[in-house]
Design a protein around this ligand. Structure first.
Ligand code: CP
Length: 304
């Protein structure tokens, strides 16, 4: 029984910091396999139940997990905090334990606070997949970002990746940092002083906007207004002038440089609208790549 429990825990995906390079690589390779499948439905998870538990809003992550689960033939339960007993005061722990006791085989979970997921994973007996926890990690976003870069450049070693914007509040920046460094990519940050994460400075240097724009990958981050203390952002126009990927700045990029953004995008704040769909942008391909990545992650979590 104990061995089975340990095996189930190994199928959880809580973050990329703790995942080995080999494990990350095998997920990316499996995603490539799924992307190459012509049939939309390959029911390897038939008879399994997955619960998507979102305690914070989502469009891309929630729908691409559901798409991935359904393409693999799993039964899907969707839970949104706003329409649940959380509104009556039920805790995250009791909610997850409730779904676990009904017999789900895996849970995908998005949480507002950082640090809660680890505790939950230690308590429940089903694999949990992190769909974003506070500003800690967003591992499937990091995986789809690596997958997108690997497709664009062939390999990650030596790739210069600039992550620009609201690093302080970004779980995407953290998951990318931890994973990219395992593959020998050079990660640098660029952020206004009040949006820098001081604890990350020992892992990646903060550089100027001009320096950041000389990278192979320019990854723009959303300004996370909902997480800001009052007065953090002087104005959207001021931010765009200082740190936005404007059409003028984009026109000066090396022609092999690719532009990424996890989305949702604040158009004309951190990135100009015309740049989002410009020829160097991989923003929509990132969203497409989220499906095979999440197929690989759900298969790893649920297939016995
Ligand atoms: N990139 C991302 O996590 O988007 P959602 O918040 O819409 O899931």
């Amino acid at each position: 029984m104990m061995a089975l429990q340990t095996k189930l825990k190994d199928r959880s995906l809580l973050g990329l910091k703790e995942l080995s390079r080999n494990e990350i690589e095998s997920i990316l390779d499996r995603a490539a396999y799924w992307e190459g499948q012509e049939q939309k439905l390959v029911p390897v998870l038939e008879g399994k139940f997955a619960a998507n538990m979102f305690f914070e809003n989502s469009t891309r992550t929630r729908f691409s997990f559901e798409m991935a689960q359904k393409r693999l033939g799993a039964q899907v339960l969707n839970f949104a905090a706003a329409a649940s007993s959380v509104e009556k005061g039920e805790s995250i722990y009791d909610t997850v334990r409730t779904l676990e006791s009904m017999g789900i085989d895996a849970g995908v979970i998005r949480l507002k606070p950082a640090g809660v997921l680890q505790q939950l994973a230690e308590t429940v007996s089903v694999p949990l997949v992190n769909a974003g926890d506070g500003n800690n990690e967003h591992p499937t976003q990091g995986l789809l970002d690596l997958y997108t870069m690997r497709k664009a450049f062939g390999e990650l070693r030596g790739l210069n990746v600039a992550i620009i914007g609201d690093v302080l509040h970004s779980r995407v920046a953290r998951s990318n940092l931890w994973a990219l460094q395992k593959f020998g990519a050079n990660v640098r940050f660029c952020a206004p002083p009040n949006m820098q994460a001081p604890e990350l400075a020992e892992h990646a240097a903060y550089v100027s906007m001009e320096e950041a724009l000389r990278s192979d990958v320019v990854m723009m981050l959303r300004v996370q207004l909902e997480r800001h203390a009052e007065g953090m952002l002087k104005s959207a126009e001021h931010y765009r002038e200082q740190y936005g990927l404007t059409a003028e700045r984009a026109s000066r990029l090396n022609r092999n440089t690719v532009i990424m953004h996890p989305a949702p995008v604040n158009r004309n704040v951190e990135i100009d609208s015309e740049v989002v769909e410009g020829p160097q942008s991989l923003i929509f391909p990132q969203m497409s790549n989220g499906v095979p990545i999440r197929m690989a992650v759900m298969e790893r979590a649920m297939k016995l």
